[in-house]
Design a protein around this ligand. Structure first.
Ligand SMILES: [Zn+2]
Length: 380
């Protein structure tokens, strides 16, 4: 079986590349011109990814922002506390993410969003509950699962025929690395007892995808095999030597799916490992493009909401384009989304997008290009 490491760490001329940060980097790939042409049989969609929510979700405010972006589909990677902060929880409460520590009310609010969506719960969405409880007294995990219903894609697939897309969910509650997190919950709810069974569940969910669809994998943590430096897309940033903290079951499922089917897998979306590295070590690579052109996208921009400061007349973010710099009169927020544009069955463009929301007014504030097929280049 091929591994993601083999696919990603291919000869340099085959490796398309990676990113994060403000400088452009030209890659060696050639791109096909698809400008403006779209076959009715081809997948085409705008996808807004909400990375680890970290309690930064407000249905009303985020709905206003999403109305600006007009996505066909919204993907949620769950909420999480980064692994290193489990060790230093006393000192790092400000880094709490996923949706919230079994924040049922917040997940119910996500479930109420009036956009097509797919959601995967993270490790902190099962932070307190290790077992399911009686029918009379349900715990936070049960209440979250009930509120999300079919939109929670753990070990299953959601088809979006109008978009020619299928979203396949990975293992819920993942904390990354070699061990299953919340074994009792996984066993009771999904009949999954180990990594191999988990990989098979993910793979089996994917194989039924309609042949004309693109398959997008959605997981809380990314797959193993994408690098072991501390700033790699799933790299351990809380220990000096780094290490690969990717999920082995997700890696196996994706590799099997690629080997055994001809269905295109252009995108794998996940979160959990924050863009900002621990101990002030800079920024994480948030995108990797494999030699087979699958794009691995980490959407964990944390915090994803910045408060605008009315007293200073400017936000606490520095915007790239000063001409569009927003001067709020009554505070407000800027809210992060990772926007993926699919055109002609290919990922065309990916941007880290910030939308300001002040009162009833929502405005596209900043776009940082992470991937642009036309320019064959990546922002890094
Ligand atoms: Zn997490």
């Amino acid at each position: 079986m091929l591994t993601l490491n083999a696919l990603v760490h291919a000869p340099a001329h085959l490796l398309l590349s990676l990113l994060s940060g403000p400088h452009h980097h030209r890659c060696s790939s050639t791109s096909t011109d698809h400008a403006g042409r779209s076959s009715p049989m081809a997948a085409s969609a705008r996808i807004a990814v909400v990375g680890d929510v970290h309690d930064d979700w407000d249905l009303e405010e985020d709905t206003k922002a999403l109305q600006v972006l007009q996505p066909d589909l919204v993907l949620f990677t769950g909420r999480c506390l980064p692994p290193y902060s489990v060790l230093f929880v006393v000192f790092s409460l400000a880094f709490v993410c996923d949706f919230g520590n079994e924040n049922v009310e917040l997940v119910q609010s996500v479930a109420s969003l009036k956009f097509p969506k797919a959601v995967i719960l993270g490790n902190h969405d099962a932070w307190k509950s290790q077992h399911f409880s009686s029918k009379k007294k349900k715990n936070g995990v049960q209440l979250q699962l009930e509120s999300l219903g079919e939109d929670h894609v753990a070990f299953k697939r959601l088809d979006f025929p109008a978009l020619k897309l299928s979203v396949v969910g990975g293992r819920p509650f993942s904390c990354g690395g070699e061990h299953l997190f919340r074994k009792n919950l996984l066993s009771a709810r999904y009949g999954v007892h180990n990594m191999d069974e988990s990989a098979n569940r993910i793979y089996n969910a994917a194989v039924g995808s309609p042949e004309e669809h693109l398959v997008i994998f959605l997981a809380h943590n990314g797959p193993k095999g994408l690098g072991s430096n501390l700033n790699d897309i799933c790299g351990k940033d809380w220990v000096p030597g780094g290490g690969d903290h990717g999920d082995p079951d997700l890696e196996k499922a994706i590799c099997l799916f690629k080997e055994r089917t001809k269905i295109q897998t252009p995108l794998v979306v996940f979160g959990h490992m924050h863009k900002e590295l621990a101990h002030g070590n800079g920024l994480r690579k948030m995108i990797v493009v494999g030699a087979d052109k699958t794009i691995y996208l980490n959407a964990a921009i944390v915090p994803r909401v910045q408060r605008l400061n009315p007293k200073q007349g400017a936000s606490n973010r520095s915007f790239v384009n000063e001409e569009t710099s927003f001067v709020p009169e009554s505070g407000g927020t800027t809210r992060a989304f990772t926007l993926v544009q699919v055109l002609d069955s290919r990922v065309h463009r990916i941007t880290e997008t910030w939308v300001s929301v002040v009162g009833d007014e929502a405005t596209l504030q900043e776009e940082q290009i992470l991937f642009d097929r036309d320019q064959s280049c990546f922002n890094r």
